[in-house]
Design a protein around this ligand. Structure first.
Ligand code: AMP
Ligand code: MG
Length: 470
């Protein structure tokens, strides 16, 4: 049987300077380990058997209508410009327009070497593939703009990292894979025409109401400001906010060493390669502004007169910290029951966070407990909590439905790091029960009652660092 995918590819029609056409490298023994039925239906994909799905989403069989290509991009990695990155282990199969009318990319990640692989093998192993599968789908269920996971397949081939590991491919779905780095590469090379064409493409595809390059900048800055505020309100730390991992669509992308924190501390960092905490929880707003400044700089390179737009771009980027602050206050305000928190509420929020930090209170559980009226138990120093709580009660007295607001703003469950590690260990031993259980609970993060998955790690279970593990 054939898997017929209704591709309609626009990126492949752009000039050859934007990508290299290349097929995925076939793998030895494709095996389907997960398929996202809901997403498949949304994309208008047909029913198909496991074998066919495994072959298509591992890259063994390129479906009709696909135009596989590796995208070219550059990017700042930890603040240093790398003049050429690109899809080194991924190919864009093509685009489909879903039943909701939205256009999305289907990309295979771990699909073999490309001209942009540099020293890499073009492959991925099962651990990071399942991590991205679980965390991206959890983020989607939490209402955060994100790329999604369509399928995970085993390749039947070994991948050599520190040890020999099972190879896997993730079929990923995104509004597009355009990144800040996609603009940077043409800006740094002085390819004005390519930059202009890319700008037009991005506007048409993502922000049709945007007026020119500065309109695009404004739209992306607003989307990214909102996104980072959402991350923070969930205790999410992306871990590698390099400009090549920063989308034009405003979706979260590239789940590598990302993690949700357990006990709250604003300096929390998990990524083993982030030695100076550049991408720590509390640094994320500053970093997104920095990334958007790079985006602005690149966009400006297409102007005929180099002075044009500088003032406007500066104003747009400089407005971001206040936008992020306002959105964060609104989101955290909802987590303490406020329908529309404003700057005057910021001190009440920061006092609670300070209390949580000094007492190592669990981020998710504390807000969940607040929503359920038993937060006191989350604190060792109950008197300190009571003092805050008195002021809090006074403030929410004027709110109509504080409890409902809180319950809608704070999930009961997030994919905790130790559960992800446990899930990966089991999957490598061919036990997918923990994966299924996590996926089941995370589908309904605000309503689940899987108390076991809500529990923070014990000291022995704690995962102190996460790895790119590419
Ligand atoms: P990431 O940290 O996953 O966002 O990747 C950064 C860059 O490294 C991208 O250009 C990737 O395509 C490339 N890359 C990561 N892992 C591999 C690999 N195993 N083989 C080839 N390229 C890779
Ligand atoms: Mg990346």
């Amino acid at each position: 049987m054939q898997v017929t995918i209704p591709f309609d590819n626009t990126y492949a029609r752009l000039p050859a300077a934007f990508y290299t056409r290349i097929d995925p490298t076939p793998v030895r023994a494709p095996g389907l380990v997960a398929y996202n039925e809901d997403l498949g239906r949304l994309l208008g994909l047909p029913d198909a058997g496991e074998t066919d799905r495994a072959r298509v989403f591992s890259g063994v069989r390129v479906p009709e209508g696909a135009a596989p290509l590796a995208q070219l991009y550059a990017g700042h990695q930890f603040g240093n410009y790398n003049p050429q990155l690109g899809d080194g282990r991924a190919v864009l199969l093509g685009e489909v327009v879903g039943t909701d009318g939205l256009r999305r990319d289907i990309q295979l990640k771990g699909s073999g070497p490309t001209p942009y692989s540099r020293m890499g093998d073009g492959r991925a192993w099962l651990g990071p593939v399942l991590r991205e599968y679980v965390v991206s789908e959890a983020m989607h269920a939490l209402g955060v703009p994100t790329t999604r996971a369509l399928a995970a397949t085993l390749t039947g081939e070994d991948v050599v990292r520190e040890t020999v590991l099972p190879g896997a491919v993730l079929a990923r779905v995104a509004a597009s894979h355009l990144r800040v780095g996609t603009f940077q590469i043409f800006a740094y090379r002085g390819q004005k025409d390519a930059l202009r064409e890319l700008t037009q493409y991005a506007i048409a595809r993502h922000w049709p109401d945007a007026d020119g390059p500065m309109g695009l900048l404004r739209a992306v800055c607003a989307a990214q400001a909102g996104l980072i505020a959402r991350w923070m309100s969930l205790g999410f730390i992306h871990g590698v906010m390099n400009t090549d991992n920063c989308t034009i669509s405003g979706e979260t992308i590239d789940y590598g060493p990302c993690a949700f924190m357990d006990d709250f501390h604003e300096d929390t960092v998990f990524s083993s390669i982030d030695q100076h905490g550049r991408y720590a929880w509390s640094n994320q707003p500053g970093i997104i502004v920095w990334n958007m400044a790079q985006f602005a700089t690149s966009l400006l390179q297409q102007m005929d007169d180099p002075g044009t737009g500088v003032e406007e771009a500066t104003e747009i980027v400089h407005a971001m910290p206040d936008q992020i602050d306002a959105e964060r206050t609104r989101l955290f305000g909802a987590k303490i029951g406020l329908a529309d928190a404003g700057p005057e509420d910021a001190p009440l929020i920061s006092r609670l966070l300070a209390l949580m930090q000094t007492q190592s209170a669990d981020f998710t559980n504390t807000f969940d407990a607040l929503a359920r009226g038993d937060a006191r138990d989350q604190f060792v120093d109950r008197a300190a909590f009571d003092a805050w709580s008195t002021d809090w009660q006074a403030r929410i007295a004027s709110e109509k439905e504080p409890q409902a607001i809180m319950q809608a703003a704070s999930p009961r469950i997030i994919p905790r790091n130790h559960r992800i590690e446990e899930m990966i260990t089991a999957a490598v031993a061919d036990d997918y029960a923990p994966f299924d259980r996590l996926m089941h609970a995370l589908r309904d993060p605000f309503g689940t009652d899987d108390t076991d998955l809500m529990r923070p790690p014990t000291t022995a279970q704690r995962v102190p660092a996460t790895f790119c593990g590419t």
